[in-house]
Design a binder for this molecule. Structure first.
Ligand code: MLT
Length: 268
């Protein structure tokens, strides 16, 4: 796998890792992780795609903006990032928060996309309760840092079997969360809380779309993924057995098989 690379987008330094030959496939990470969650895709999809995994602004090793970016601003940023790397048209995938950004990018810059991979994500907005929980979480992080999020969140992100005990995946995800920047995490919580409901717009996304969901995803359950796919004009669904919300990380072989078949189905 190639080392981490850097470029500049809109004046900000961006870190990303890229690997493989083939059509460009940009993959956007979940909240509050970074490109490292895509390690299994960087190696496992390298024979079928040029896989590009950026750290969104402020996450991982990418520079932070002064304020936070909305989901739509992140979508514009991703489009600009791909063009800086010379990709006028590319396949865009995102998991959970990355999926919100990918969906927004499809709505705003659909002509620049060849296809869309929406993994463990949803089109709907937060409920009032969910927004309130995010604001409480941000207040806690501002006062106390990320330790509690790093301890609690892996249990929700991973399937019950991986979340139980202190297995490797749980420890690794917890470590990644603890390494995030608190200010970026709080900004992202605001962006997540403010994102609009895109359900009514799904029917306008005339792009080949793969909807992926871990069968044990408790954050964006399989039924919700199926309902989203039903509203998309060109979607198919891949369910990943045994995986939770972080399906790409938890079950990279099954995830990669689904993405490989999808990429092979796209018109050249
Ligand atoms: C994620 O995995 O990115 C988060 O679960 C997204 C969210 O909290 O809505």
């Amino acid at each position: 796998m190639r080392d981490i690379a850097y470029t500049r987008v809109d004046g900000l330094e961006v870190a990303y890792r890229a690997c493989g030959q083939g059509p460009a496939l940009v993959l956007l990470h979940a909240f509050p992780l970074d490109h490292r969650m895509w390690g299994g895709q960087l190696t496992g999809l390298a024979e079928v795609a040029h896989v590009i995994t950026p750290d969104l602004p402020g996450f991982g090793r990418s520079q932070a903006t002064d304020g936070h970016l909305s989901i739509d601003q992140l979508a514009d940023w991703v489009h600009a990032f791909a063009r800086v790397l010379g990709h006028e048209r590319f396949v865009l995938g995102g998991l959970s928060m990355g999926g919100y950004v990918a969906l927004s990018c499809a709505l705003r810059h659909g002509l620049g996309l060849r296809g869309l991979v929406l993994a463990d994500t949803r089109a709907g907005a937060d409920s009032e309760d969910a927004r309130e929980r995010r604001f409480l979480q941000a207040a806690h992080i501002r006062a106390n840092g990320l330790a509690q999020l790093a301890a609690d969140m892996p249990g929700h992100l991973l399937a019950p079997a991986a979340a139980a005990g202190l297995g490797h995946q749980r420890r690794q995800v917890s470590e990644w969360i603890s390494q995030a920047r608190p200010a970026t995490v709080c900004g992202a919580l605001q962006a997540l809380a403010d994102r609009p409901d895109q359900t009514a717009s799904l029917s306008t996304i005339d792009l080949p779309t793969l909807v992926v969901v871990g069968e044990a995803d408790s954050i964006t359950p399989a039924a919700e993924a199926e309902a989203m796919a039903a509203r998309l004009p060109q979607a198919r669904v891949a369910r990943i057995p045994g995986a939770g919300h972080l399906s790409a990380y938890e079950a990279p072989e099954a995830f990669n098989r689904a993405v490989t078949q999808f990429l092979q189905s796209l018109a050249p």
